[in-house]
Ligand binder design. Sequence first.
Ligand SMILES: CC(C)(COP(=O)(O)OP(=O)(O)OC[C@H]1O[C@@H](n2cnc3c(N)ncnc32)[C@H](O)[C@@H]1OP(=O)(O)O)[C@@H](O)C(=O)NCCC(=O)NCCSC(=O)CCC(=O)c1ccccc1C(=O)O
Length: 264
Amino acid sequence: MHPDDFTDVRYEVSQATATVTIDRPERMNSFRGRTVDELISAFKHAWADKAVGVIVITGTGERAFCAGGDVKERAETGSYGETEWGTFEIERLHRIIRDVPKPVIAAVNGVAVGGGHVLHVLADLTIAAEHARFGQSGPRVGSFDAGFGSAYLARVIGEKRARQLWFLCELIDAHTALNWGLVNEVVPADRLTDTVIEWAAKINALSPTALRFLKHSFNADSDHLGGLSHLAFDGLDVFGRTAEAAEGAAAFSEKRPPDFGRFR
Ligand SMILES: CC(C)(COP(=O)(O)OP(=O)(O)OC[C@H]1O[C@@H](n2cnc3c(N)ncnc32)[C@H](O)[C@@H]1OP(=O)(O)O)[C@@H](O)C(=O)NCCC(=O)NCCSC(=O)CCC(=O)c1ccccc1C(=O)O
């Protein structure tokens, strides 16, 4: 897919940096199947473009970086909508963020929750606005990421804190995220773009080949978690068709607490 045909994502290249922006602010930049297809395509363009040294992922506006899967779409249709190949390619998106041999910076401009939180966790670096909030919400809305989204998260912030995010489904603020080692830097919202540009410029001044090998080297130690992700996403596919998962999505859509008691 060519960036000119994108509807859910904006793709811009400037000063050797590709910026990939999720552009669905009316849904808190949550993703549907098409959004994921476009994100993959954007990362492929950035991968192939020799003029690009750094990739930035962010969201439109100041409210949300990304609120994960589009829960309303899932509640209404039972899926994340139409996709190019008929499959929901979120696992492929996770892989490409890790595998693209260029540093990826998440510029977290608001809430990063659920599958949106996983996207910043997988990025090489995260710079957050002061008002950003972070967390997982799958167990509240009938979903989980038992692959990179939990196991790699535990590598980043430690087992106890990762379990706290998943088991309580409460958001933490940007300064707590910094304290936990979940983000690299916290800046005032009006400094976010400039800080990202400054970091990208510093990276772009370095040897791209050295950076490429370093990224693969960092990844190698946790790459076996990709096998866990295969299992997890197949499990999630099955879980997603259950009444328990449907209750989570329906409750979110209907703005009421979920009633999971009958599934215990
Ligand atoms: C994001 C919030 C914390 C923001 O709260 P707040 O600032 O109070 O704003 P709200 O009034 O709640 O929201 C404003 C507006 O946006 C709509 N909205 C918010 N989030 C979503 C969403 N995820 N999908 C669709 N719409 C959303 C909200 O309804 C409001 O609309 P109005 O019309 O104005 O009422 C808070 O909103 C929140 O907690 N949101 C839900 C976050 C969430 O649970 N996300 C999904 C988690 S599950 C997931 O992401 C996994 C996806 C995934 O990776 C996956 C992978 C592979 C296979 C399957 C899956 C899978 O999920 O099934």
